[in-house]
Design a protein around this ligand. Structure first.
Ligand code: MTE
Length: 317
């Protein structure tokens, strides 16, 4: 049986749920003021097919410390969805499918909906920012991240005055993420910031490292980097952004509330219940490298201390 091309309705050739989903995504793009210029952009238009960014601007506030090597940054990871060992993510994360990718925006904002990664990234200019990553396990790295201020993205969704916090969720797909078979955390991995923290110009929506597209084990295709907080706040592979008026639940706080608070600012003056937070070991320096003092807010006190004026940072750890 033959049918003339123009007799076929799109809903007949595309399964209905996919058709309506696509229509919703397009409507979201229209709502964002992106259509028709940006809708239908290819992945290569926002993330280079070669994997290498060209002409990245370098951020004037970058650390001058020598960054860790790409090998160190991409082979010693915390990404529990791919296993709890530091070398599990580099071995296992190849099963993560990052194209296509979409992010759903929900809650207290004027422009909620589902957005493709292409819609998310297209209007933003990427830059390289060298930040310290300080892990709660008392090691640190210096990393040249590639991204753009989260504030610029959030502003596009027009959060309402009720949006006092922002919550983020990672993909949770058992097919792609072998670590989900373990109940080590309550999946999906989730994190949260106050709206002031989320809108702070240091908070980076991150898509790359060392001038290249993020390796899967580092949280491709889209992750957060919040440089004045312990690394676990820097959630990977984000699929949902939720604006809310209530302090959101966060994975590590749910797992061990006495050890991991909502704020989780790097604070050498507050011990972790099981170890001191006063010093850190810079990865790559070898086992016998001297430990270095940990800096308040990971060295960003001047920029962020005002966010916590009047807050008891011992109780609000
Ligand atoms: N995000 C998800 N989804 N799952 C995780 O297990 N680990 C966190 C954070 N983001 C984690 C995550 C922790 S504990 C750290 S220290 C950083 O990612 C590590 O980032 P890196 O592997 O790129 O160095």
């Amino acid at each position: 049986m033959s049918t003339k091309q123009h007799d076929i309705k799109p809903s007949e050739i595309t399964p209905e749920d996919v058709f309506f989903k696509r229509r919703e995504i397009l409507q979201s793009a229209v709502a964002l003021g992106l259509f028709p210029a940006l809708a239908g952009r290819s992945r290569a238009a926002v993330l280079p097919a070669s994997g290498e960014f060209s002409g990245l601007a370098s951020w004037p506030g970058s650390l001058t410390d020598t960054p860790n090597s790409l090998e160190e940054i991409s082979s010693y990871n915390n990404y529990y969805e791919f296993g709890t060992g530091k070398d599990d993510p580099v071995r296992n994360a190849h099963t993560l499918v990052t194209d296509p990718w979409s992010v759903s925006v929900t809650g207290e904002a004027a422009r909620t909906g589902d957005y493709t990664l292409e819609d998310i990234l297209a209007p933003h200019t990427l830059e390289e920012r060298i930040y310290r990553l300080r892990c709660v396990e008392a090691w640190s790295m210096v990393v040249p991240w590639v991204g753009f201020p989260l504030a610029d993205l959030l502003a596009r969704f027009e959060p309402t005055s009720q949006a006092r916090y922002v919550q983020f969720f990672t993909l949770a797909d058992r097919e792609q993420m072998p670590g989900l078979r373990s109940p080590v955390l309550d999946w999906p991995y989730r994190e949260g910031l106050t709206i002031e923290e989320a809108m702070h110009p240091l908070t980076l929506m991150t898509v790359g490292v060392y001038g290249k597209v993020l390796p899967n084990q580092n949280g491709a295709p889209l992750r957060l980097i919040v440089p004045w907080k312990y690394g676990f706040k820097s959630i990977k592979s984000i699929v949902r952004i939720h604006f809310t008026d209530r302090q959101p639940r966060t994975s590590w706080n749910m797992a061990a509330p006495h050890e991991y608070g909502f704020y989780s600012n790097v604070n050498p003056n507050v011990d972790h219940p099981r170890w001191s937070q006063a010093t850190e070991r810079r990865l790559g320096g070898g086992l016998f490298a001297p430990r270095i003092p940990t800096l308040m807010f990971n060295g960003y006190a001047e920029e962020v201390a005002h966010l916590y004026a009047g807050l008891d940072l011992v109780r609000n750890y």
